[in-house]
Design a protein around this ligand. Sequence first.
Ligand code: NAG
Ligand code: NAG
Length: 243
Amino acid sequence: MSPAQFIVTFFCIVAGVSAMVSTVAPCDLEDKSCITNSFKISFQDLVNGIPTMGVNSSDPIEKKKILGILPKLKYTLTDVTFSGLKDCEVREAFFTPDHTKFIFTVICPRLVTKGHYDAKGQLLNFDVFGKGNIEINSYGFNMTFKTDIEMFKDCDDKDHMKIKDYKLQLNDKAFVTHELSNLFNGDKARAEAVTKVMSANWRRVSEEAEAPAMYSLILVFIKNMNNYFEGLPLEEIFYKISQ
Ligand SMILES: *[C@@H]1O[C@H](CO)[C@@H](O)[C@H](O)[C@H]1NC(C)=O
Ligand SMILES: *[C@@H]1O[C@H](CO)[C@@H](O)[C@H](O)[C@H]1NC(C)=O
């Protein structure tokens, strides 16, 4: 048996088992309130992870190392943890009419990124340098994931989806705090002044500096989502919830 055949056979067995616990009434993919209501529950399952299906937990997400190489700033983050996704609430989820996009908005009370940093360069026209601990707290984030998807069928002829690409839109109504130990090699007054400006300009900081880190962390989440979508057919993710 070739490796490809083995994967297909394995997948069919997994799909066969989950079909036995299949829910009754799937959502019509055009029915936004059905999609939203069921995704509120599915999102929690997805974030918690399903070890038996090979879906890792997304809270926390851990990365050993993230490199940020930007025109004016270079940094390395190590032993990074990103937590708080399990407290996010799905506000809205829907498919576009051609079923090529799945768009959802979550409100997250608090997202925490922690780790060690080593940075040198310019940020918001300040020269910055330092090496120490970093903690970024984001409160009340309203984020919209716009994903490009494709549909495929498993061997039981059930539809599944897969995310091919995504864009993350950070909507307003958030405040963000930055704490960096040993910034400017321990010059506290200078560090405090700059982190205040960073927090007040969080949107520019996230665009100018944090995008590579955010992208790399969210990519882990997207991978976990795809494992979840591969393991479960659409009808077990999006289904009518009896009132
Ligand atoms: C789950 O996480 C572990 C540890 O980070 C990693 O080695 C493994 O590849 C992940 N599994 C999947 C299916 O993403
Ligand atoms: C989240 O942002 C979207 C897009 O800006 C907006 O329509 C929605 O009302 C916001 N929701 C909350 C709860 O702030």
